[in-house]
Design a protein around this ligand. Structure first.
Ligand code: NI
Length: 171
């Protein structure tokens, strides 16, 4: 495994529509492992392949709910999803604050679906269906947007410079 460099705006790769994953070969397995390591090192709760300059439809997410003091209330779960798609979305939308590893120093308020169902493939190419709500649903929506060249400020009602006391999990 190896850390990969996270690219930042205005790198044009971040604005490209990423290609479908069709080969679940050794090179792809290495990419998944490297992205997990890079996400944990950042640290972040999610990472999309275009953020490591690979324009392919792959995301990794690692998240477990925490209480207000930041203590875990459930074990963290790791997801690696190729070709993810939102197939069901709640009518309810919720506002939340997001930060992106590819846009250092900024945070923004973004409305997202409160819950979503995602279809895609796992790292072996096996079809998977994931139900997510709350922050996990938000992370998936943020990462899937990356695959279409969409960044959270495109959807934000407001973007501002993050203050030191403003801890927002980056993705
Ligand atoms: Ni991001």
């Amino acid at each position: 495994m190896a850390l990969r460099d996270i690219i930042v705006l205005p790198d044009p790769i971040l604005r490209r529509k990423a290609r479908k994953v069709t080969q679940f070969d050794q090179g792809f397995q290495r990419l998944v492992d490297d992205m997990v390591e890079t996400m944990r090192d950042a640290p972040g709760v999610g990472l999309a392949a275009p953020q490591v300059a690979v324009s392919e439809r792959l995301i990794v997410v690692e998240y477990g709910e925490e209480d207000e003091e930041g203590n875990p209330i459930e074990p963290k779960r790791l997801y690696a999803v190729a070709n993810p798609e939102i197939v069901v979305a709640s009518t309810e939308q919720v506002n939340g604050i997001e930060a992106c590893l590819s846009i250092p120093g900024l945070v923004g308020a973004v409305e997202r679906y409160e819950s979503v169902v995602i279809k895609g493939q796992n790292r072996r190419g096996v079809p998977v269906k994931i139900k997510a709500r709350g922050w996990l649903a938000r992370i998936f929506q943020h990462e899937i947007d990356h695959l279409d060249g969409i960044l959270y400020p495109d959807r934000a009602s407001r973007v501002w410079q993050s203050r030191e006391d403003e801890v927002v999990a980056a993705e």
